[in-house]
Design a protein around this ligand. Structure first.
Ligand SMILES: NC(=O)c1ccc[n+]([C@@H]2O[C@H](COP(=O)([O-])OP(=O)(O)OC[C@H]3O[C@@H](n4cnc5c(N)ncnc54)[C@H](O)[C@@H]3O)[C@@H](O)[C@H]2O)c1
Length: 293
């Protein structure tokens, strides 16, 4: 194995970008000696968000902060790159990185459409580079243990996969309209958190053959436009009076049949199962914590 140092960079310094920044920083504390040194080279975000790049580079010990991801693609001292920005930006960035000879870890979901995702997979397959997607739950010890039991047969044949991913990050009707609420049907709770469930379903049970009875529902129809940059679930950015339509679902539910004959029930939700109206009328214009039910 080569012991040449590996230069790494992260594009995006929001909620998940910081986890990648920290992950590369911690990598050498977890793996055996003899692996190449990991050099923390650069963080890149879009122009408007430059303070995030500078702050992230300083906090996590990266040498450079860039305001254009193309600088990462062009940099000869960078070998491997995490792409941790809004889903609609993934394809262009990943294809350019692969064309520039970089190994790529792209966050899930790979892309907003099957056509884009297939094109990205084709680009990766022909590249001879390492390319991966951030389906992080596969690395959870509990998930690994279940997977081992399924693979070794100690659980017997799996007949029913029942997956729920219920969050309340979208619980507040005054939470700012970030990229998570934009894009067509299927780009909301289904792709944001449901993609993890679909991945786990196929990890345990093999390929899905067919899907039945899908319902995509938008319970919060509009949200206020943020006055600043909305990062992650954006609970601490101020919002103005202007509201715009939410373009995707906050509840997604469907059943599926796997090739093996296993039946699947899937449910992903970015808002609570119920909420009391008085809370909504009492809350301030700033989206703050509110109990979910
Ligand atoms: N694997 C997981 O468990 C997990 C968890 C959360 C998010 N994610 C994924 O990570 C990705 C990012 O999600 P997030 O919650 O961190 O988003 P976020 O909104 O918190 O952060 C997005 C970042 O992208 C930057 N950015 C925006 N436009 C850019 C551009 N043109 N070039 C470079 N940077 C740009 C922003 O400045 C910001 O730093 C999404 O694909 C999401 O699905 C994965």
């Amino acid at each position: 194995m080569s012991t040449r140092p590996i230069g790494v960079a992260v594009i995006g310094a929001g909620m998940a970008g910081r986890a990648h920044l920290n992950g590369y920083r911690a990598a050498s504390t977890l793996y055996d000696a003899g692996l190449p040194e990991v050099r923390l080279v650069a963080v890149a975000v879009a122009d408007a968000h430059e303070p995030f790049a500078v702050d992230a580079a300083r906090r996590y010990g990266y040498a450079r902060a860039e305001t254009d991801w193309r600088a990462i693609a062009d940099a000869p001292d960078i070998d491997a790159v995490s792409v941790v920005v809004a889903n609609s930006l993934h394809r262009e960035i990943v294809e350019a990185l692969l064309a520039a000879g970089k190994h790529v870890l792209c966050e899930k979901p790979l892309a907003p459409s099957v056509a884009d995702a297939r094109a990205m997979v084709r680009a990766a397959e022909g590249s001879g580079l390492v390319a991966a997607t951030g389906f992080t739950f596969r690395r959870s010890p509990a998930v690994s243990a279940i997977h081992r039991q399924v693979r070794e047969g100690s659980l017997g044949r799996v007949r029913h996969f029942n997956g729920h991913y219920w969050c309340d990050y979208g619980h507040h009707p005054d939470a700012p309209l970030s990229w998570r609420y934009l894009g067509g049907p299927g780009s909301g709770a289904l792709s944001d958190i449901g993609s993890h469930l679909v991945d786990l379903g196929e990890y345990f049970c093999g390929p899905v053959r067919s899907v039945q009875g899908a319902v995509l529902s938008t319970q919060v129809p509009d949200r206020p436009v943020p006055l600043g940059v909305a990062v992650g679930h954006s609970a601490d950015v101020a919002v103005g009076a202007e509201r715009r339509p939410v373009e995707n679902e906050d509840i997604a539910t469907f059943t599926a049949t796997f090739d093996s004959g296993t039946v699947g029930t899937f449910s992903s939700r970015a808002s609570p199962s119920a909420w009391r109206t008085p809370w909504a009328s009492r809350c301030s214009r700033r989206a703050g914590p509110r109990p979910s039910i």
